[in-house]
Ligand binder design. Structure first.
Ligand code: FES
Length: 150
């Protein structure tokens, strides 16, 4: 458990300070904006899906705490090469891990993303961790309007 906590801290600190794929994207892309009403933080997410329905590129920009930035950064790393359907499945598994008490997904199936499991005990922080994923869902659905974590 301590090892997991250390890994969590290391990963969140690392990705929070040096977010991967923190940049705009040249078109074509699908795009959406996520908003956390609790703190006012906003995140803009870009995703390019090719004609074979494979995620070719994902990037984000915006302001957020270490948890939301790290979650967005790890999202971008986790999605490249997945199909849009697999990306949606991962989004559902990730959010279920944090908000669904009946969830029985093995966190280990989420790879590095499992480090966010402990966040479920802190409802305010759950909104931080899920912000990028809600935004991804909207972008893949073709909803360009801002989404919120409420
Ligand atoms: Fe704003 Fe976490 S405090 S997203």
């Amino acid at each position: 458990m301590n090892e997991l906590r250390e890994l969590y801290q290391e990963l969140v600190l690392d990705h929070g300070k040096k977010p991967r794929n923190y940049r705009p994207m040249d078109e074509p892309y699908r795009h959406s904006v996520g908003y956390n009403p609790v703190c006012g933080d906003k995140l803009s997410l870009f995703v390019r899906v090719n004609e074979s329905d494979v995620v070719e590129d994902v990037s984000f920009q915006g302001t957020g705490c270490a948890i939301s930035t790290a979650s967005a950064s790890l999202l971008t790393e986790a999605l490249k090469g997945k199909t849009a359907t697999e990306a949606m499945d991962l989004m559902r598994q990730f959010t279920a891990m944090l908000i669904d008490p009946e969830n029985d997904t093995d966190p280990d199936a989420l790879g590095k993303l499992a480090v966010f499991e402990g966040v479920k005990d802190f409802p305010v922080r759950v909104k931080c961790a899920t912000l990028a994923w809600r935004t991804l869902e909207a972008a893949l659905d073709g909803r360009d309007t801002p989404v919120t974590t409420e």
